[in-house]
Design a protein around this ligand. Structure first.
Ligand code: FE
Ligand code: FE
Ligand code: ZN
Length: 279
């Protein structure tokens, strides 16, 4: 039987060992966290004792891969050059920090082209990735599928593939599929999950799909909105989300809840999803 790797995005950026312990309390075996203040700023210095504690906890508890999240303000295809310098520096610094917990995932939003157009957007994103990715890194960098609000990049599988195509170290890259975002972006994962996954496979390749952000959505299919709902309280619904965690094409990858919740709420969602997965 395959293992379900499930956990939640931690509510506050704490020490690694504390995030690991809270994950175990919530019933999870993976988690997500912001590498620094989600709105940017300086990262906390890494405490090697804390890292050691976390690594042994993760081993004891058979954690799956953890999924770090870049700050929202990191926009690789910003119009202003100072914002791109911030994006490049933050990206490079985060990738160095990620090596303290080797072999995990670093997820980021492709960015917003802010009126420059998708072609320039794709070029600028690839340019920064080509600057910061290294042959030595053990981290896989994940582009997140986006809902397509405003001038957001990564609104469909074709656009994500275009970005991947221009990255020299493509073997360091993967995709994180956010269920709320793809639904809001017009992919009907409720009535046609197989069709959506086949399309993903045809355009990008399922071997690139490394993680899922498991969220319900407050809005309708194709709304291009991006408002997360608790599991079973949105337009996607519990049954469809259960089909996703049980889908053989997604077996073994981490599922991260980014639902508007507290730890008690996440523990309850994890309990319901594990129950559905194992029974
Ligand atoms: Fe995200
Ligand atoms: Fe997400
Ligand atoms: Zn979102």
């Amino acid at each position: 039987m395959t293992t379900l790797y499930i956990g939640n995005h931690t509510s506050s950026s704490k020490e690694y060992a504390a995030m690991g312990k809270q994950t175990v309390k919530n019933g999870g075996n993976t988690f997500a966290f912001f590498t620094r203040n989600p709105r940017g700023g300086k990262a906390k210095t890494i405490d090697e004792t804390d890292i050691r504690k976390f690594l042994s906890l993760a081993e004891e508890e058979h954690f799956g891969k953890i999924v770090a999240h870049a700050p929202y303000t990191l926009n690789c295809c910003a119009g202003k050059e100072d914002l791109r310098i911030f994006a490049r520096d933050t990206f490079a610094d985060d990738l160095q920090r990620m090596e303290y917990t080797p072999g995990n995932y670093y997820n980021f939003h492709p960015g917003s082209h802010v009126g420059q157009g998708t072609e320039i957007g794709i070029q600028k994103i690839a340019e920064i990735l080509n600057d910061v990715l290294t042959e030595e890194q053990t981290t896989t960098v994940l582009l997140e599928t986006m809902s397509g609000k405003g001038t957001e990049m990564g609104r469909n599988f074709e656009e994500l593939k275009e970005i991947l195509n221009r990255i020299e170290k493509e073997n360091k890259m993967g995709i994180c599929m956010d269920t709320c975002h793809v639904w809001d972006g017009g992919y009907d994962i409720v009535h046609n999950l197989d069709g959506v996954l086949n399309e993903f496979d045809r355009i990008i390749g399922l071997s690139r799909l490394k993680a899922v952000h498991l969220n319900d959505s407050l809005n309708d299919l194709g709304s291009n909105k991006d408002r997360h709902a608790r599991i079973g309280e949105g337009k996607i619904g519990l049954e469809a989300l259960i089909r996703i965690i049980k889908h053989p094409a997604l077996a073994g990858i981490p599922f991260i809840l980014e639902t508007p919740n507290d730890d008690a709420g996440w523990a309850e969602e994890i309990r319901i999803l594990k129950e559905a997965f194992y029974h």
